[in-house]
Ligand binder design. Structure first.
Ligand code: UT7
Length: 332
């Protein structure tokens, strides 16, 4: 019997309609379109507005659209994994809420938190469940409502992040397509440089924590940048070299969209020409868990059966890694 691999068989994506441009931010903090564009590559990001709307609102839209487009009955889904750091509530898991919203009555699931590497970590976990042979239709969703934890008076962070969600369906494949290899890392000592100070069990919410603006993302950008630029490039190179591959063998680099300069450094490390590097950071900013699946959804029509995709991330934790997969279908 051939080895069972986990192949992506469908993708979906959703960003909310409201747009926050660099020109809008110029009116909110001391920044310029020129600074943001040259330092990050971002021009605009989408923001989820509306009372009572959390991340599962966007997950619902992304997944429903994918199910409809691909004629998938939600009752066929066995398992749902939601990678997010901005779940609707601390508990229950957004996977439970999403299952209810889409009518996936036969699925169980949970959330996974690994900051910007959450979708990549989720792909590793979900693909192992498919490879086990027990789960036939696994829904992996990644995304965040970053606007719920961003301080729009802090120019160091508010220019970077946006809201958005993407999703993929994973199914068993015995023809050699799907996830081929992965290298994942984490280093908790990096927590000092990128975190949310209050709201967890170490520092539950109080009037003081709110007054001190401790429920927002805190980032020492320069330090994070230095780690990101080397670690993401290294791990991407390593997953290739241990499979005796070079950049010539790669069709698409699907890299976390945190900063265009970090993406470029990763591409250069494996000698990849610009036309193989997928970029949508200009339109969405950093959607944290949403960046990789939104790339897959935006560029789905370019992928051909057998294409080698390299997915790479770096994020809070620190967390980082790279996964090599063979695309399983031609444009639909
Ligand atoms: O996705 C999770 C992982 N996160 C990342 O990978 C993000 C990594 N970090 C970055 O992308 C970059 O560090 C930032 C985009 C956050 C910042 O860019 P930078 O080139 O590292 O800028 P910097 O923090 O070194 O600041 C350079 C200057 C400073 O001024 P001085 O001290 O040189 O006078 C900042 O105060 O730019 C200033 N600055 C700004 N100026 C205009 C910082 N933010 C802004 C701003 N507009 N928004």
């Amino acid at each position: 019997m051939n080895k069972i691999r986990a192949a992506i068989t469908a993708v979906g994506g959703y960003v909310p309609p409201d747009v926050l441009t660099n020109a809008d931010l110029e009116k909110m903090v001391d920044t310029t379109d020129e600074w943001i564009t040259t330092r990050t590559g971002i021009k605009e990001r989408h923001i989820l507005k509306g009372e009572g709307k959390g991340v599962t609102e966007m997950m619902y839209h992304a997944v429903s659209q994918m199910l409809e487009k691909n004629n998938i009955d939600p009752l066929e889904i066995d398992f749902i994994l939601c990678s997010t750091i901005t779940g609707d509530m601390i508990f229950p898991a957004s996977a439970n809420i999403l299952a209810d919203k889409i009518g996936a009555k036969n699925a169980w699931g949970f959330d996974l938190a690994a900051a910007c590497s959450g979708f990549l970590y989720g792909l590793e976990v979900a693909s192992k469940m498919v490879e086990s042979g027990k789960y036939k239709k696994v829904l992996l969703v990644g995304g965040d409502k970053m606007s719920s934890i961003i301080d729009y008076t802090d120019r160091n962070t508010c220019i970077i992040f946006g809201d958005g969600v993407g999703c993929v369906m994973l199914e068993p494949n015995e023809e050699g397509y799907g996830v081929q290899d992965s290298i994942l890392h984490s280093d908790g000592s990096g927590r000092l440089y990128l975190h949310q100070k209050a709201g967890g069990s170490m520092k539950p919410p109080t009037h003081e924590t709110i007054d001190a603006r401790e429920h927002y993302v805190y980032q020492e950008g320069k330090t994070v940048f230095k780690f990101a630029v080397t670690k993401m490039a290294d791990v991407t190179h390593n997953v290739l070299s241990r499979n005796y591959m070079t950049g010539d063998d790669v069709d698409w680099l699907v890299a976390h969209q945190a900063n265009l300069r970090i993406i470029d450094a990763t591409a250069q490390r494996i000698n990849l020409p610009e036309d193989k590097v997928l970029v949508n950071i200009d339109r969405y900013g950093n959607t944290t868990n949403g960046t990789l699946p939104l790339l897959l959804s935006d560029f789905e029509s370019k992928f051909k059966k057998g294409d080698n995709l390299l997915l790479s991330t770096f994020g809070g934790g620190f967390t980082w890694g790279s996964i090599w997969l063979k695309w399983a279908y031609d444009p639909k």
